[in-house]
Design a protein around this ligand. Structure first.
Ligand SMILES: *Cc1c(COP(=O)(O)O)cnc(C)c1O
Length: 395
């Protein structure tokens, strides 16, 4: 990228990493909106298919705009290679299908994103790939949860929506000893705040729909890891199942990533202030945010995260009805699922995302009736707090 040997800082890399120099000198990455690529001769086509000559063939197999995105994210996550997908779930499913077969077992952190849980259930019912949950609080508990057929440990940290953390270094060490792979869904943190490969994990997955895109206008997914692992997924479950990203979406993500560092810093700063406000409010029973001094895993948060993120969960004393009333009285915060956008987004799992789950089971999962999840946006923090304070008057 430049002549100096010193590694550049992440806030420089988000802007410059992966950008190839366009032959015509365009500063922004051109959108190669093409399905296919023309060969100059039969020989050239043959050598590209044989892998003897580098070059493009067909956009499901590779595209220059997508290459820039993949390289950029791989650099940020300190990975050898990256792979872009049509959605976060396309990334989760392609990575898992690339690593397991019938009879294998996946050991999961206590909570999972709803559709990941749905996919694992479907795999179990249709293809006999088993999975189980584990608290992952200490080494012994994790070792005991491993089975002979465990091929993969699959983690989210922080866990949605309780914001509990899993010690990445501890899990990676156990997995290495057992000769199995660790996969981390890093969506809640973004590579700016947490890089699981640095702790020894093998593959990182993102719903790029969230912080990486950052503007609520793209659905996309990413996976990064060693060249060997990523190439295998690229040439099997991505190529043949086909959940590839469109070049225009890749362009929007490249553009979004350029402001990742400034956005994440502001998300963290705003969330810290909002969490402190919520914690002091008499109508709130508990606030779950890793940056609070009252948060039990604060030392682990400080060790493996470079900031505490923009996601907060809190529990209203008034339960389900209070949740509905609070939701109906916010005006600046938008009632919507998803997260990581410039707009603050608020949702009430008991009446929205988790409404179909029987109450008892939902509460077991840590989702109480009055739990609210807030993705703190980039608005002025005084305005966000005022909106929440106003809505809380009706609770
Ligand atoms: C949104 C999300 C996903 C799924 O991503 P899509 O882009 O919606 O397919 C996976 N994991 C986490 C933690 C998410 O928040």
């Amino acid at each position: 990228m430049n002549g100096s040997k010193k590694e550049m800082h992440l806030s420089t890399k988000v802007i410059h990493a992966g950008n190839s120099i366009d032959p015509l000198g365009a500063l922004a990455t051109p959108i190669y909106q093409t399905s296919t690529f023309v060969f100059s001769s039969v020989d050239q086509g043959a050598s590209r298919f044989a892998g003897e000559e580098a070059g493009y063939i067909y956009s499901r197999l590779g595209n220059p705009t997508i290459d820039v995105l993949e390289q950029k994210v791989a650099t940020l996550e300190k990975a050898e290679a990256g792979l872009a997908f049509a959605s976060g779930m396309a990334a989760v499913s392609a990575v898992i299908l690339g690593l397991v077969k019938t009879g294998d077992h996946i050991l999961c952190s206590k909570g999972l994103y709803g559709c990941t849980y749905g996919f694992f259930n479907w795999l179990k019912e249709r293809f006999g790939v088993n999975f189980s949950f584990c608290e992952m609080t200490d080494e012994k508990t994790v070792m005991q949860a491993l089975q002979d057929k465990t091929k993969v440990i699959y983690i989210e940290t922080p866990i949605n929506p309780t914001m509990e953390l899993v010690d990445l270094a501890m899990i990676a060490k156990i997995a290495k000893q057992a000769g199995i792979k660790t996969i981390v869904d890093n969506t809640f943190m973004s590579p700016y705040l947490q890089r699981p490969l640095e702790w020894g994990c093998d593959i990182v997955i993102h719903s790029a729909t969230k912080y990486i895109g950052g503007h609520g206008d793209v659905v996309a997914g990413l996976a990064v890891g060693s060249k060997e692992l990523i190439d295998e997924i690229r040439l099997t479950t991505q190529k043949d199942i086909g959940g590839i990203l469109a070049p225009l979406a890749a362009y929007l993500l490249i553009r979004g990533i350029k402001t990742l560092s400034v956005r994440m810093e502001r998300h963290c700063e705003n969330a810290q202030k909002v969490a402190e406000f919520l914690e002091s409010h008499p109508k709130i029973a508990a606030v779950y945010y890793p940056g609070l001094a009252s948060y039990s895993q604060n030392p682990l948060a400080k060790r493996q995260m470079d900031g505490f993120g923009g996601m907060i969960s809190f529990c209203l004393k008034g339960g389900f009805e209070a949740g509905i009333r609070m939701m109906n009285h916010v005006t600046l915060c938008k009632r919507a699922v998803s997260l990581g956008d410039v707009e603050s987004l608020i949702q009430h799992p008991a009446s929205m995302t988790h409404a179909v789950i029987p109450r008892e089971k939902r509460i077991q999962m840590g989702i109480s009736d009055g739990l609210i999840r807030l993705s703190v946006g980039l608005e002025d923090v005084g305005d966000i707090i005022e909106d929440l304070e106003h809505a809380l008057l009706y609770v």
